[in-house]
Structures are given as structure tokens and as C-alpha cells.
Design a protein around this ligand. Structure first.
Ligand code: B12
Length: 299
């Protein structure tokens, strides 16, 4: 059954439901709480543990890391230290300027294309693409992911929305003017097997809007193709996304190979786990502006 928005926005879950949502057995939930302090569940009147949305998100990330071979201690440290979009407070006035950050999730429930395109129209009508990306689009996608993970939107609903977002970002990218000659040049994309391209695409839009020449290579690019293209184009920098834990091995391989040719920088939720490359931070728009300034200053 599809749950109305209210269910997950202020979600409160029993230990059994949290175990179902995260795939972490109940005994392990207790162990991770007591040994590592990853979550601090509230208690019901009967003294049962009650988990909220943020706890479910933390536990899911920790489960992914442990599944990917991390020790629970290391995974817990990562979960506690690394902020994500959902942990970042939105500035005042965000909803007035762009509309609610729950709007995309609501559209994933009702498949209303008109409403979805109106929400994108309203947000992208703002001049400041950096703010559109950091203050509305990325937080909206994080909400969508949480809703999908909790069963509050279907896979089809999530695809319906993310396809529309990708269309809008691509259209915005195409309508930006070409960079002037002599402008800094950045190659952007994802490693082999990695398909979450909305973050790197949004970053590319902001970068191009500030006069940088962006060669956007998209999703799922094998390491050999990265290397050949970097050798041929000699960009000033290469930027890869690391949106999921599963992307880490391919990103590490790509970084190792590309770093001999050009500086490699990373974005996305798991950027901090690739020691050979610098992370650009978790605000894609701001990171694009900072990178542009840096490249201009060193050119
Ligand atoms: C849309 C979406 C999809 C779409 C992507 C469509 C597209 N063309 O991009 C599709 C349907 C393909 C998809 C597939 C899958 N997905 Co998905 N997806 C999402 C969703 C809802 C948004 C993804 C996104 O754009 N994130 C970008 C931003 C919002 O998130 P971020 O990576 O945390 O980055 C933050 C910052 O680092 C920064 N940032 C992001 N990018 C960049 C880039 C630069 C350069 C910089 C500086 C900063 C920066 O902005 C963000 C906000 O602060 C997320 C939810 C989420 N929380 O991200 C799930 C999510 C990423 N998906 C998930 C999963 C599990 C999957 C699948 C495995 C599902 C499946 N069983 O098939 C596959 C894997 C596909 C693959 N091989 O890569 C999980 C990943 C958990 C993990 N393992 O780490 C998430 C987190 C959902 C969840 N809560 O469980 N997905």
C-alpha cells in the first residue's frame, strides 16, 4: 500500500518495522546503538524503542557500509561524522522561493506530470542556479530517496520524478552559453556501474552557468574511457561522483588511473571514502563555484 506523505515525514517506527526497513536484525540494531551510539531511539510508554526517519537513514547507510566490507566500528564513525543533505538545515525562505522540498515526492505518488513540471518550472525560474541546486533540488531528491526506501513511493514513482529532473537539468545545461575560449575545462561523470547522475549533472549545470567549459560524460563510464579521454582532452580537472557505497571500488580504480593525467576531485555522499582524491563537499552548487574560482586563479 502506498503510504500518504504524513507517514514518513514524521515517521516513528518500532524496532520490528525498523529492522524491516533497514534490513538490520533487531539484535544488531541494539548492538549498534549500545556499542557505537549510531542511533538514540526514544522510548514508548511501555519502554519499547522508537526510531525516527533519521535513525532509519543512518542505520541503512551503516548496513550498506558493513555489507561492503567495512568493520562496524569504522562504518559507525563514518555515519556519525559525515553530514548528508538530509542533515543539512535549509535556509529560511527556501520554500517561499522554490516551493516545498516534499513536492517532488508528492508528484511521485500521484504521477501528475503537470504538477511535476510546474514544480520544476517554479524552481528553475530562479536566476541563481546554485541556490536551486543546493537549497531545493538536492534536498528534494534526498526526500524522494527516503520515501522510496520506506515504501512510501513506488519504484515507478521515483523513476517518473528522477527522469523528469534529468530532462530539466539536461535542458538547462544545453541552453547555457558556450564557455569563452581560454576558460577552464572540467570533465565530469561517473565511474563504471554508477548510474546516479543527477548530482554530477546538477554540479555541471552550475559550473557551466559560471563560464567553465564542461565536458559531461554521464553515467557508467569504464576506466579505460576515462583515461583515453583525459589524455586526449587534457582538462584542468576531472570530477567524479560517488553517490553510493557500491560505487567505491570503481571510483577508486578510476581515480588511481586518471590522477596521473589530471587532478581528480569528488562529489556525492561517499566522496570522503576515497583517500587518493579530494572531496569537493556536499553542496554541489557551492562546490562548482569554488572550483571555478580555484581554476581561474591558477590559470
Ligand atoms: C534518483 C535515484 C535513482 C535513479 C537515478 C537516476 C539518474 N539518472 O540519476 C535510479 C533509478 C537509476 C536509481 C538506481 C538505484 N538506486 Co537510487 N536513488 C535515487 C535517489 C532518489 C536520488 C539520487 C541522487 O540524485 N542523489 C544525489 C544527491 C541528492 O545525493 P548524494 O549522493 O547524497 O549527494 C549529496 C552531496 O554529496 C551532493 N552531491 C551530489 N552529487 C554531487 C556531485 C558533486 C560534484 C558535488 C561536489 C556534490 C554532490 O549533493 C547531495 C546533497 O547534499 C537516491 C536518494 C539519495 N539520498 O540520494 C537513491 C539512492 C542513491 N539509490 C539507492 C539505491 C539502493 C539504488 C539501486 C541499487 C536500486 C536498485 N535496487 O536497483 C540502483 C543502483 C543504480 C546504480 N547502478 O548506480 C540508495 C543508495 C544507498 C547506498 N547503497 O549507498 C539511495 C540513497 C536510496 C536510499 N535511501 O536507499 N536510483
Amino acid at each position: 500500500m502506498v503510504c500518504p506523505l504524513r507517514c514518513y515525514r514524521r515517521g516513528v517506527y518500532t524496532a520490528g518495522r525498523t529492522a524491516e526497513l533497514t534490513g538490520v536484525p533487531r539484535e544488531t540494531l541494539r548492538k549498534w546503538e549500545q556499542r557505537y551510539g549510531v542511533v538514540r531511539p526514544a522510548r514508548s510508554e511501555g519502554n519499547y524503542r522508537l526510531y525516527d526517519d533519521d535513525a532509519v537513514r543512518r542505520l541503512s547507510v551503516m548496513r550498506d557500509l558493513v555489507d561492503a566490507g567495512w568493520s562496524p566500528r569504522e562504518a559507525a564513525r563514518h555515519v556519525l561524522e559525515e553530514p548528508t543533505a538530509s542533515a543539512v538545515a535549509l535556509p529560511d525562505g527556501t520554500e517561499a522561493a522554490f516551493g516545498p522540498v516534499d513536492e517532488l515526492t508528492a508528484c511521485a505518488n500521484d504521477f501528475d506530470l503537470v504538477r511535476l513540471e510546474q514544480a520544476l518550472d517554479k524552481a528553475f525560474a530562479q536566476d541563481d542556479l546554485r541556490a536551486v541546486v543546493d537549497d531545493w533540488l538536492m534536498p528534494s531528491l534526498v526526500r524522494l530517496g527516503e520515501a522510496w526506501q520506506q515504501g512510501a513511493v513506488t519504484v515507478a514513482g521515483e523513476h517518473f520524478v528522477s527522469a523528469a529532473v534529468l530532462r530539466r537539468l539536461s535542458q538547462t545545461f544545453e541552453h547555457l552559453p558556450h564557455a569563452p575560449s581560454g576558460a577552464p575545462h572540467v570533465m565530469v561523470g561517473l565511474a563504471r556501474g554508477s548510474r546516479h547522475e543527477l548530482g554530477v549533472m546538477a554540479f555541471s549545470v552550475v559550473l557551466r552557468s559560471r563560464g567553465v567549459r564542461v565536458t559531461y560524460l554521464g553515467a557508467d563510464l569504464p576506466v579505460e574511457a576515462w583515461v583515453d579521454t583525459a589524455r586526449a582532452l587534457r582538462p584542468d580537472a576531472v570530477v567524479l561522483g560517488v553517490p553510493t557505497v557500491e560505487d567505491l571500488p570503481a571510483v577508486r580504480e578510476a581515480v588511481g588511473a586518471i590522477a596521473r593525467i589530471a587532478p581528480v576531485l569528488l562529489g556525492g555522499a561517499h566522496q570522503g571514502r576515497v583517500p587518493q582524491a579530494e572531496g569537493l563537499g556536499h553542496r554541489a552548487g557551492e562546490a562548482a563555484l569554488a572550483l571555478r574560482d580555484r581554476l581561474v586563479a591558477t590559470s
